[in-house]
Design a protein. Structure first.
Length: 288
């Protein structure tokens, strides 16, 4: 009998209790301390046993906190990519920038681990304000103005581009399929995580449709439109920003909601909407 091919789909991050979240935060803080202890003066080019051991330790810690092969874990995977393999100069000598670039990799790894710690802190806050699954009332959901809910279709490239930009601004991004189900239906998960200061909706041509007898045209997936309407109702139109990518029809009922083309200065436009919604925006990071 042929063995089933393992699924390559990303899994939702694992659900941790209060004690596990606390220990995860402590472990991540220790990994940052381990990175601080690296002496670049003793690091040699090539494969460093010290960095190799630290890479394995960081990878193991992230897997304990977020699970294996999850989108959440992969988001921080560069934190255990510490080695720099320099080119060889004509003279045969190693690249003299090896230590400097390794130092930059260590600095980037610490920044990613701090983001991971912030995510676990948010999960702890969610546990403290938790209500029973059977009570999905929005009034019972604590609003966290440091988070943004990202509504998306099937275009993973657009999703990741927007998510990474928002995270670069120091804002946590809630992506539904990355969150644990905990026995909830899809709509219950949306309600559970709707305590955000803003929703960013990606309008991408992932589907086709049209009136009977007319040619089919690219359109947004129906679940995206459902979530768009939900967040307009819950947060208000001024707290919903849509980004349009590619050739896709915009529903006529969408008039009055802010949206912008994902071309040119879309990052600046999105940053303005975040600022107007009450988020702190470092414009130096927007321009990078």
């Amino acid at each position: 009998m042929r063995k089933a091919t393992p699924s390559t789909a990303n899994q939702p991050k694992i659900s941790l209790d209060e004690g596990q979240l606390t220990r995860g935060i402590e472990r991540l803080q220790q990994r940052i301390a381990d990175l601080d202890a690296v002496d670049l003066h003793t690091v040699q080019s090539g494969t460093s046993p010290e960095l190799k051991a630290l890479e394995r330790s960081i990878e193991d810690t992230l897997e304990r906190c977020f699970g294996a092969d999850t989108t959440a874990a992969k988001r921080y995977s560069e934190a255990y990519n510490l080695h720099y393999h320099p080119t060889v100069w004509i003279s045969g000598m190693p690249d003299p920038d090896y230590k400097r670039i390794t130092g930059e990799k260590i600095s980037d790894a610490k920044a990613l681990l701090r983001q991971a710690i912030n995510t676990l802190h948010t999960d702890l806050e969610d546990l403290e304000t938790a209500v029973p699954v059977g009570v999905p009332s929005h009034s019972s959901v604590a609003v966290n103005a440091h988070r943004v809910f990202l509504v998306h279709g099937h275009d993973e490239a657009v999703r990741e581009t927007v998510a990474r930009f928002i995270e670069k601004l120091g804002i946590e991004v809630i992506i539904l399929h990355e969150q644990a189900n905990s026995g909830r239906t899809i709509i219950e998960k949306i309600e559970w995580h709707s305590g955000v200061g803003m929703a960013v909706v990606l309008l991408t041509p992932d589907d086709v449709g049209g009136k009977t007898g007319e040619d089919l045209k690219p359109r947004v997936r129906q679940n995206v439109l459902l979530e768009l309407g939900y967040f307009i109702g819950v947060l208000g139109r001024d707290k919903v920003c849509a980004l349009k990518s590619g050739n896709v029809d915009i529903p006529t009922d969408f008039a009055g909601v802010v949206w912008t083309e994902m071309s040119g200065e879309w990052r600046t436009a999105l940053a303005r909407e975040l600022k107007a919604a009450g988020y702190e925006v470092d414009w130096n990071k927007v321009m990078i």
